[in-house]
Write a protein that binds this ligand. Structure first.
Ligand code: UT7
Length: 328
């Protein structure tokens, strides 16, 4: 069986920066509240003309360059997104056409903020089974289009962006590559974070729009507690399953939903702060993008070296959660 390696990464965030101070002028909030409660200072907002696929293509070009892979070599494009260009065709198909990946299959994966880990798990199976050699995985989100900009409970939290990863099956006896991906779900908590307007349960009408059903709804407080519990559980299960201890982790890359969630996970695992990658201050919660964006920054910033043990843990709407353990 082939080992599955990440051989290139790239990311793209829109130029427009929305700071906490900008938000102070829009809703009844303060830089102090947002920073203390979430760790966020600013987030990026896509321009009106950009679609999720446009951000994805920009990130994809960077990851392909980083990996040395050409579009013609890609067997499969996976796009993790909760904010696709449209219901169908998939955003992955728009990316496939834009980058000229002539022989590639393409589809989207919907697992909200856990989308990257879910997609990584799918990619791992395709490569390990021998079906595909080279997979381009992109997470892309434009949540700014689905935010109620008058609701201070949610509008301060989310940011836009895209991040891509190129995966390849490799042979030989080295121990590097994906060790395990573990994914989980519990649909009974679907009402904690959802966007229903326009779906078959709630086709768009003047009434659904008046009731703001086309915008994201979140019960942040309940989510917070489940997020901490499940991320800790996912981290421990990944380590135990593969015979590792918390002290073996070189870098934890958690989903960036709230700095206080990340701190609580770290405290629970008894993992020192310097072993955790955090960039929430600059981007807010970018949903499926947050882990691959952090991975790209960690690699480019020299935070990951060959042989390091990397643990990624995600949590999001669904509810969904999961982990990826990788030897770099
Ligand atoms: O990506 C995966 C899914 N997302 C998550 O997992 C998010 C998890 N949840 C969270 O990160 C936090 O629950 C939030 C950041 C969303 C909220 O923080 P909190 O500490 O749980 O605050 P809270 O909802 O308990 O609200 C406390 C107070 C409330 O006022 P009262 O009722 O105590 O008077 C809110 O109305 O803070 C108020 N509040 C705000 N005040 C100023 C809520 N949002 C704001 C705001 N500015 N932006």
């Amino acid at each position: 069986m082939k080992r599955v390696k990440i051989i290139g990464t790239g990311s793209y965030v829109p130029e427009k920066v929305l700071t906490n101070f900008d938000l102070e002028k829009m809703v009844d909030t303060s830089d102090e509240w947002i920073h203390t409660r979430t760790g966020m200072s600013e987030r990026r907002i896509a321009s009106d003309k950009d679609k999720a696929s446009d951000l994805a293509v920009k990130a994809a070009h960077k990851a392909l360059k980083d990996s040395g892979v050409t579009p013609e070599e890609i067997d499969l494009i996976l796009v993790a997104t909760a904010t696709p260009d449209m219901f169908f065709p998939s955003t992955a198909c728009f990316v496939q056409s834009a980058i000229g990946a002539k022989k590639s299959a393409a589809f989207d994966i919907s697992a909200a903020c856990s989308g990257y880990i879910y997609a990584l798990s799918v990619a791992e199976q395709y490569i390990k089974s021998g079906k595909y050699k080279t997979i381009l995985l992109i997470a892309t989100e434009i949540f700014s289009r689905y935010i109620d900009w008058t609701d201070r409970n949610t509008c301060v939290l989310f940011g836009d962006g895209a991040a891509a990863t190129v995966l390849k099956g490799v042979g030989g006896n080295k121990a590097d590559g994906i060790i395990s991906t573990l994914i989980y779900s519990d649909g009974k908590y679907a009402d904690l974070l959802y966007l229903m307007g326009g779906g078959s349960s709630s086709p768009l009408t003047h009434e659904t729009i008046d009731n703001k059903l086309h915008l994201l709804k979140m019960k942040g407080n309940s989510l917070f507690k489940i997020a901490v519990k499940n991320m800790v559980k996912a981290a421990r299960e990944a380590l135990t399953l593969n015979g590792y201890k918390v002290s073996d982790i070189d870098l934890l890359i958690p989903h960036q939903a709230n700095k206080r969630i990340i701190d609580a996970v770290a405290e629970n695992l008894e993992l020192p702060k310097e072993k955790i990658f955090v960039n929430i201050e600059k981007y807010g919660n970018t949903s499926a993008v947050s882990i691959p964006l952090a991975l790209d920054e960690a690699l480019k910033g020299g935070r990951i070296k060959e042989g390091d043990l990397i643990l990624m843990v995600a949590f999001g709407g669904g509810l969904t959660w999961g982990s990826a353990l990788i030897r770099w």
